[in-house]
Design a protein around this ligand. Structure first.
Ligand code: SAM
Ligand code: SF4
Length: 362
C-alpha cells in the first residue's frame, strides 16, 4: 500500500514510487518538497551558486521540433556576439563575484567555431585570472573537440538528453543522422571520459510524455551517474512544429508543478549532485526559480547576455528578463535568493560534490 510517508522513508525509490510522487496532491507534494530541502541541506548545505549565462549565438544547424531558434525558423534574426562582447560579459560575472559562467549557443561543428571557442576560453581565463568556473553548453561535438575545450579550462558540460525514451525522442526531433539518439548518448559518455562534470536534463510536460517516461528519466540519470542536471518545463513556441500539439499539452501550471516535483525527487535520488533552477520555470511563474531552490535546486543561471540580443534567443514564449541589463538581473536575483532563506556562494565555483566524490572513489 502506497503512502507518501512510507515512500519518503524508503532508502531507495523504484519506478512505481516515483510515479506516485509525481502524481501527489498539494498536501503530499509539500511533504515531498520538505524532504528534498532536508536532503539538500544535509548533503550539500545552504549555498546557492551562480552561473552567469552567456547566450553567445542563436545560429544553429539543427532542427529540434520544440526550439524557437531551430534552423528551420526563418523568422529569427540571427546574431553572434563578438569576442569582445563575450569577454565583457565574462568580466562582468567575475567582477560581480558570480564564481562561474555558462556559455550556450545553437549547435555548430565547423572548424572556425571549434577554434573560436578554444581561443575564447584562453582569453576568458587570462582576463579573469583563471578564477571563473566555466560551463559549456554547445551541443554535440566530437570527443576530440570536447578534449580541446577541456584542455583550455572548460570544466563542466551541459547536454540535455531531452527525453531518455528513444521513441519519444524521435517525436521531438527529426529522425536523421543529425539528430541521432545514440549519438547524443555517446556524447555524454565522451564527456565523462574526457573528465568533465557532466550535466544533462529533460523537458517536462512535453506532448506525448507520460509520468512513466519522467520516472524513467530520473532513474536513467541515476544510472548514468550524472554530476549535474538542468531540467525544466517545456514551453511551446508558435514557430515550431511541436506547436501543432499545443492542445494536448497539460496546462502550464501543471507542467510547472511537475518540474518542481521532478527536482525534489531527483534531489532525493541523487543527494549530492548540482541541480539548476531553470529559467523556463520563471516563464510560467515569476517566483519559479525560488520555488525550485526551496525544493532541491542549488544552481541559478542569471542571464548576462548583453540586453540587445536577448530578444533573439527565444527558445519559447514568455522568456523572462528579455529587456533587462545584466546588473538589473543581478540585483533582482540576489533579493529573490535572500528571500528563500538560502545564501549565495559568491566567487565560488560551486562544483558538483558528486563529481568530487566520484573522483575520489572511482
Ligand atoms: N544547442 C545546445 C543544445 O541543444 O544542447 C544548447 C542550447 S539549447 C537552446 C538548450 C536547451 O534549451 C535544450 O537542451 C532544450 O532542452 C531547451 N529548450 C529548447 N526549446 C525549449 C522549449 N520550447 N521549452 C523549454 N526548453 C527548451
Ligand atoms: Fe539548436 Fe539546441 Fe535549439 Fe536544438 S535545442 S534547435 S540544437 S539550439
Amino acid at each position: 500500500m502506497f503512502s507518501i510517508d512510507s515512500i519518503l522513508s524508503k532508502d531507495s525509490l523504484n519506478k512505481e514510487d516515483i510515479v506516485y510522487l509525481l502524481s501527489t496532491n498539494v498536501e503530499d507534494r509539500n511533504k515531498l518538497y520538505a524532504k528534498a530541502a532536508e536532503v539538500k541541506e544535509k548533503y550539500i548545505g545552504r549555498k546557492v551558486y551562480f552561473r552567469g549565462l552567456i547566450e553567445m549565438s542563436n545560429i544553429c544547424k539543427k532542427n529540434c521540433f520544440y526550439c524557437g531558434i531551430r534552423v528551420g525558423n526563418t523568422k529569427v534574426k540571427r546574431y553572434n556576439l563578438s569576442d569582445d562582447e563575450v569577454l565583457e560579459s565574462a568580466k562582468f560575472a567575475w567582477e560581480n563575484q558570480y564564481g562561474s559562467i555558462a556559455i550556450q549557443t545553437g549547435e555548430l561543428n565547423s572548424k572556425s567555431f571549434v577554434d573560436r571557442i578554444e581561443n575564447l576560453l584562453d582569453k576568458i581565463n587570462k582576463l579573469t585570472n583563471n578564477e571563473l568556473g566555466i560551463t559549456l553548453s554547445l551541443g554535440e561535438q566530437t570527443e576530440e573537440t570536447f578534449q580541446r575545450w577541456f584542455n583550455k579550462g572548460a570544466m563542466r558540460y551541459l547536454l540535455r538528453i531531452e527525453s531518455s525514451n528513444q521513441e519519444l525522442y524521435y517525436k521531438l526531433h527529426p529522425n536523421n543522422k543529425e539528430h541521432d539518439f545514440e549519438t547524443r548518448l555517446e556524447c555524454l559518455r565522451s564527456l565523462r571520459r574526457v573528465g568533465y562534470q557532466v550535466g544533462t536534463g529533460v523537458m517536462i510536460g512535453l506532448p506525448f510524455q507520460t509520468l512513466e517516461h519522467l520516472a524513467d528519466d530520473l532513474l536513467w540519470m541515476k544510472e548514468m551517474d550524472i554530476d549535474m542536471v538542468g531540467m525544466g518545463p517545456y514551453v511551446e513556441h508558435p514557430d515550431t512544429p511541436l506547436y501543432e500539439f499545443r492542445d494536448i499539452l497539460i496546462p502550464q501550471e501543471e507542467r510547472f508543478n511537475l518540474a518542481l516535483k521532478m527536482t525534489a525527487i531527483l534531489r532525493i535520488l541523487m543527494k549530492d549532485i548540482n541541480i539548476a533552477a531553470p529559467t523556463a520555470l520563471q516563464a510560467i511563474d515569476p517566483l519559479g526559480r525560488e520555488k525550485a531552490i526551496k525544493c532541491g535546486a542549488n544552481i541559478v543561471m542569471p542571464n548576462i547576455t548583453p540586453g540587445l540580443y536577448r530578444n533573439d534567443y527565444k527558445l519559447y514564449d514568455n522568456k523572462p528578463c528579455l529587456d533587462d541589463a545584466a546588473d538589473d538581473c543581478k540585483r533582482c536575483l540576489e533579493a529573490r535568493i535572500h528571500l528563500t532563506g538560502y545564501e549565495i556562494g559568491y566567487s565560488e565555483h560551486g562544483n558538483s560534490k558528486h563529481f568530487a566524490s566520484r573522483k575520489v572513489n572511482g
